[in-house]
Design a protein around this ligand. Structure first.
Ligand code: HSE
Length: 430
């Protein structure tokens, strides 16, 4: 039976995502009502600047007073798509205190303060949903939180930032340098005017923190995630990767240690073999592998950004939150019972591809090999390129702790016969 009194939604933010949420709520109102079991109504839209005409939204719904909107006693669900830490955190907290559930796309806030938000939602008996915070339309949060709740996830590995994937894809397909590819991404609207959050890996690291937290039932914050962006990736790195039958991707990698007693979370560029499914993820698409004990390897792929794909995830959460409101229940809260320690990057076991500019004379290879041996790092392959003043050694290691690998690189830099370290990149996905 359909309830006739509508559920009321407050929308915070009416940019690319918010306006699309409002549009779909209007154009699909009958379907949404049928799926929820009650009509759902946009009761107010908080914006920074009033006065602009917002197509499809009645002007009387627009307000610049977001605090008053979330404090209204008749609001059932608050949708937060303004992003950033404040005022989003204060508004979400106030929404909980006033009995509203919250749907948010705010990865930065969740990665910084997710546990406090979950606690506040639980205290007030309401929901906190955030499918849109990670890879937009691609279902990841719900599969990890619900579908795989009976399994043990050991690894989450993926491309979770579209802007950087577009840039690296362009560098790979055209031979362009980083700046040129960034300019193209900016001109096409993939990169923002200030691309720092994307190219320095902050966006991907926030997503990695959220995914690791859910996957491993452990609190993981942004500060726990080792982060390297793509600004140092050169055309030479991409060319080296090609010679090895690899491409370069910015990867988010969350892993449970082999003994199951700790976890790690990291974001950095890495070479992956062209045969790996992630290598074929082009342009601004996202893709995530989840490896679980019983399920095996699952791959999730799709558009990880943009107004419509993000709105799709927001609306899925909105339907869930509304259904719970109607039935007087709550969705799953935070699951952090495992409380596994998050190990530092130095303890991650990985492989390095290192390109060294060296003097071309007898004994240099042996000298370099000794440095690897002294640090307990085993060499997989070594190849000399060029001659004389152009000579370089390309070394690929076996798996070793990251701390040992980086100490090896530092020691190599100090050798008289090493003119410079041209490129260092981790190798993943083999
Ligand atoms: N800027 C992100 C990306 C989308 O390029 O994937 C929002 O997290």
């Amino acid at each position: 039976m359909m309830r006739t009194r509508p559920l009321k939604v407050a929308l915070l933010g009416c940019g690319v995502v918010g306006s699309e949420v409002a549009r779909i709520m209007t154009t699909h109102s009958e379907d949404l009502a049928a799926r929820i079991g009650a009509p759902v109504e946009l009761a107010g839209v908080a914006v920074r600047r009033a006065g602009r005409v917002r197509e499809g939204i009645a002007p009387e719904l627009i307000t610049t007073d977001a605090a008053a909107l979330v404090a209204r006693e008749d609001i059932d669900v608050v949708v937060e798509v303004i992003g950033g830490i404040e005022p989003a955190r204060a508004l979400i907290t106030s929404a909980f205190e006033h009995g509203a559930s919250v749907v948010t796309a705010n990865k930065a806030l969740l990665a910084e303060d997710g546990s406090a938000l979950h606690e506040a939602a639980e205290k007030h008996g309401v929901d906190l949903y955030y499918e849109a915070a990670v890879a937009a339309a691609i279902p990841l949060v719900r599969p990890l939180r619900e579908s795989l709740a009976g399994d043990t996830v050991n690894r989450v590995l993926g491309i979770v930032n579209g802007t950087t994937n577009f840039i690296l894809d362009r560098m790979d397909s055209t031979g362009a340098g980083y700046s040129e590819a960034l300019d193209e991404a900016t001109a096409l609207g993939y990169a923002e005017a200030d691309p720092t959050a994307d190219v320095e890996g902050f966006d991907a690291a926030a997503k990695a923190a959220i995914l690791a937290g859910i996957a491993f039932h452990t609190r993981v914050r942004l500060d726990d995630v080792h982060r390297e962006g793509i600004t140092e990736v050169t055309a030479a790195d991409i060319a080296s990767a090609r010679r090895m039958g690899c491409t370069v991707k910015l990867l988010a990698i969350c892993e449970r240690a082999a003994d199951g007693r700790s976890v790690t979370a990291r974001v950095h560029p890495a070479m992956i073999p062209l045969t790996h499914p992630l290598a074929s993820v082009r342009e601004a698409y996202n893709a995530v592998f989840v490896e679980a004990e019983a399920a095996g390897r699952l791959m999730f792929y799709g558009p990880g950004a943009g107004g419509s794909p993000t709105a799709s995830a927001v609306l899925g959460d909105l339907v869930a939150a509304c259904r719970n409101k109607l039935s007087g229940s709550r969705g799953p809260g935070e699951s952090a019972y495992a409380q596994l320690p998050v190990s530092p990057m130095g303890e991650v076991v990985t492989r390095y591809h290192i390109s060294l500019d060296v003097a071309d004379k007898p004994g240099v290879l042996a000298q370099c090999a000794t440095v690897f041996a002294e640090h307990g790092v085993s060499i997989d392959t070594v190849r000399q390129q060029g001659k004389g003043g152009e000579a370089s050694l390309v070394v690929v290691t076996h798996r070793a702790p990251d701390a040992a690998l980086s100490a090896t690189v530092e020691a190599l830099r100090n050798l008289d016969t090493v003119r410079g370290v041209a490129s260092i990149m981790r190798v993943e996905g083999e």
